[in-house]
Design a protein around this ligand. Structure first.
Ligand code: ZN
Length: 319
């Protein structure tokens, strides 16, 4: 993009397990304006969600042409451009959403507008890289813990896709002795997501995260399992920072600050001094762990800003 050209008019769609947020604008600040934004609960099912979003976007497009659409969606997604189901949701446990064809639907309703699609977490990672907590870092991981758990990784300045895309939420974590909670993942039971997602926390305690007391043992389990999962990521990808978003981090009565402090402490315990880096030592010991695991700088806007970043990248790649 030349310096004197105005930024592109973009539609950004964050498709989450609880709600889909669609916004139009040229900058992250414009995406935040209520007049530029539509939120649709995901429980109403894909047909209704897609119908409302595409109708709204068609109106926006008629008012001012959209130059690209960016979609950051929960998955799993088919991201192989050579596949007939490219741009669709595949084996999701979310009822009714299997085989939802994001790309096809936008191609039909907004023909000629280029669409970029990636996982919600890869999108959020790109958003944080461009405007947030990962600026200047080419090796980091963005995690979300909410309705599900997922992770997007940037390695050497590139978002990792590989065979499909990473599914960090479904990694296995070692069982804590004495914990007999079966987990809620329909595929694996007690994978990380099965033990530590919002629905898992609710199934374990019988109440939603915001209603769980600060001294409930569920937080201890959650922090220790999550620290093991993050330890696995540290050992596998060697990220320079972990950004942890999603609703679970707000941690109800425990609070976000205590949640992050507990997570940093448990990560040190899980790694047990093996991965030697000042970044993993406590700030009181001259280390930087308080800057190593951090909440998203874009807050709850990371996903929708990420969708914008995906679309901007798509426009920039066009001849
Ligand atoms: Zn699983």
């Amino acid at each position: 993009m030349s310096a004197d050209r105005q930024p592109s008019h973009i539609a950004a769609l964050e498709a989450g397990g609880t709600k889909c947020i669609c916004a139009v604008g040229r900058t992250p600040d414009e995406l935040r304006l209520l007049a530029n934004r539509l939120e649709v609960p995901s429980d109403s099912g894909p047909q209704q969600v897609l119908a409302r979003i595409t109708a709204w976007l068609s109106t926006q497009h008629a008012r001012e042409p959209l130059q690209a659409i960016g979609i950051a969606s929960f998955g799993p997604l088919d991201l192989d451009p050579a596949s007939p189901s490219y741009g669709s949701i595949t084996s999701t446990p979310k009822p009714g959403w299997r085989n939802t064809d994001w790309l096809g639907e936008f191609a039909r309703t907004l023909p000629g507008v280029p669409v970029a699609i990636d996982t919600d977490v890869n999108g959020a990672a790109l958003g944080e890289w461009q405007w947030g907590a990962a600026q200047g870092l080419d090796d980091f991981v963005y995690l979300t813990m909410g309705t599900g758990i997922g992770g997007g990784a940037m390695v050497g300045g590139r978002l990792v896709h590989g065979l499909l895309h990473p599914e960090m939420g479904h990694m296995r974590v070692p069982r804590i002795a004495g914990d007999d909670f079966a987990g809620v993942c329909p595929f694996h039971g007690d994978c990380w997501e099965g033990l530590c997602s919002g629905p898992a926390l609710q199934a374990r305690t019988g109440t939603a995260a915001h209603g769980i007391a600060a001294d409930d043992p569920a937080w201890g389990y959650l922090l220790r399992y999550t620290a093991h999962a993050i330890g696995n990521i540290v050992c596998t990808l060697s990220p320079r920072r972990i950004i942890l978003g999603g609703s679970v981090r707000k941690a109800g009565a425990l609070g976000e600050a205590a949640y992050f402090a507990g997570l940093r402490r448990e990560l040190q315990r899980s790694l047990n001094g093996y991965v030697t880096s000042a970044a993993l030592r406590g700030n009181d010991e001259g280390g930087g762990i308080d800057d190593y695991i951090v909440p998203p700088a874009l807050g709850d806007e990371a996903g929708v800003c990420g969708a914008m970043a995906l679309a901007q990248r798509r426009v920039a790649l066009q001849p």
